[in-house]
Structures are given as C-alpha cells and as structure tokens.
Design a protein around this ligand. Structure first.
Ligand code: UDP
Length: 235
C-alpha cells in the first residue's frame, strides 16, 4: 500500500452524471460508494471534499441578480447537500463516516475541527468535508488542498471526467497528449489547468502531490490509491 492517508476531491458536477432532471444521479452515487469502499478496505485513511457545482456555483449568482458573496455561500450550502447524499450512500455500504462543515449547522453535521477530523480518520471513519472552507471567493479545490495539508494527507486525488492532464483540451483537440507525470513548476510554466491558482499554489508550497484521474472509469480510484499509474501525477 502506497498511501496511509488520502484526500479525495470529487466534483459536484460529476455527481450529476447523465441525469438531466436530478442534481444527483443514483448510479454515480452508487458507483462512488462502491469504489470508496474498496479503497477503505485497503486500510487507507480517507477524507473527501465534495464540490457543489451540480446544484449551485457562486459564479452563477450575478446572472440571477444575486450578490456574489451570497452566491458563494449558496454554493457552499450545495456542497453540504452533496456531502449528506454521499454520507448516506457510504453508510448504506457499511462504512463509518462523519460529515464536517466549514459553516456551522449542528443539526446536520459537525463543525470542522482539525484535531477532531484527524481523530475520526485514525478511528477508521471516512471524513467528508462540506461547505468548503467556509469563506466566499474560494473553491472546493482550494478546500481540498487546504484540508489535505491540515490533516497531513500524503496526496490529493482529484477525480475528474478526464483521465489526466493534457497539453490541450482533449475534449476539443483529438491530438491532445496526456502527461503521466509533471513537476509543479512544469505545470505552472505550461499554464496547465489542474486546479485554480490558490489550490495549486497551496499544494506546490507544501509539497503535496496531486493526482488527476478519471473518477468515472471503474476501478480507477482503487488503482490510484494503490499507487498504480492512472492519470497524471503532479509533484
Ligand atoms: N465555495 C466558496 N468557498 C469555498 C468552497 C466553495 O465560496 O471554500 C462556493 C463557490 O461559489 C463555488 C461553489 O461553492 O462555486 C461550489 O463549489 P465548486 O464550484 O468548487 O464545486 P465543483 O466545481 O467541484 O462542483
């Protein structure tokens, strides 16, 4: 086993899958829960940051005539909804979980307390971090980097719908080439979009490796968690 403690970042958008009428797709939720269980069975300590893009994003606010900061808080609340859905799915698979929020909402989850989060992990519970870092103008990618550093995770696994980092957008260019490994400096100099700058800088400055991989390909999460090659490693 390569890693002892992992932080997995899941996007909210991915949770929607192909579903048009619902924000959360049943099959995607089920698949994620199964795959997370397999990783947990390796004996890895696992924390998860989940996004909220399937429900609301701060940058949609302006278009609706909603103030940006208000919109960001709405986005943060959206991540808690996703976190609750994921928590239920994981529990249905017999896993022990705790949902911790960056915004206090005691009826549905615990507030984020770093030492307590670490204790949950040591006890084998999967910790889901909801509500981002609790501040507007940040993203759940920044949350993933920050929380990973705080809980001393060894790696951030960024689950996406592409199988790694490419020299250009693989959804637009057929001749796009995938990198299997990059240094932070290379990624920065080539201006490759891996995470937003805040998130990326946090990882770089704290020497926290990132692996970008395709979360929707079955078995990939387990492969990455075992240290097998799948996706792009930035270190
Ligand atoms: N957000 C925020 N602060 C945070 C994390 C998230 O303000 O610390 C807001 C922000 O508006 C963002 C939204 O929550 O657009 C949903 O998160 P994100 O877009 O990162 O989700 P994803 O793209 O991963 O689904």
């Amino acid at each position: 086993m390569k890693y002892k403690r992992i932080l997995l970042k899941l996007s909210g958008e991915a949770l929607q899958g192909k579903s048009k009428n619902h924000h959360i797709d049943r099959e995607v939720l089920e698949q994620y829960a199964e795959e997370i269980k397999q990783v947990k069975e390796l004996g890895v300590e696992l924390a998860i940051v989940i996004g909220g893009g399937n429900i609301f994003r701060g940058d949609e606010a302006e278009w609706l005539g909603i103030d940006r900061v208000q919109g960001d808080y709405m986005g943060m609340l959206a991540t808690v909804i996703n976190g609750m859905a994921l928590q239920s799915a994981l529990e249905r698979h017999g896993l022990y979980t705790r949902l911790m929020s960056g915004i206090k909402m005691e009826q549905v989850c615990e507030p984020f307390i770093r030492r307590r989060a670490i204790r949950h992990l040591e006890k084998g519970r999967i910790v889901i971090f909801g509500a981002g870092i609790g501040n507007p103008y940040f993203t759940t990618d920044s949350t993933a980097s920050l929380r990973a550093i705080e809980i001393q995770a060894e790696v951030v696994l960024k689950g996406t719908r592409v199988d790694g980092v490419y020299n250009k957008d693989p959804e637009k260019f057929t001749d796009a080439v995938r990198y299997s490994q990059l240094t932070f400096l290379e990624a920065y100099e080539k201006n490759l979009s891996i995470m937003d700058m805040t998130a990326f800088t946090l990882c770089m400055e704290n020497k926290l490796p990132i692996i970008v991989f395709d979360m929707n390909k079955k078995g990939n999460l387990l492969r990455v968690a075992k240290g097998e090659e799948a996706g792009t490693l930035i270190s």
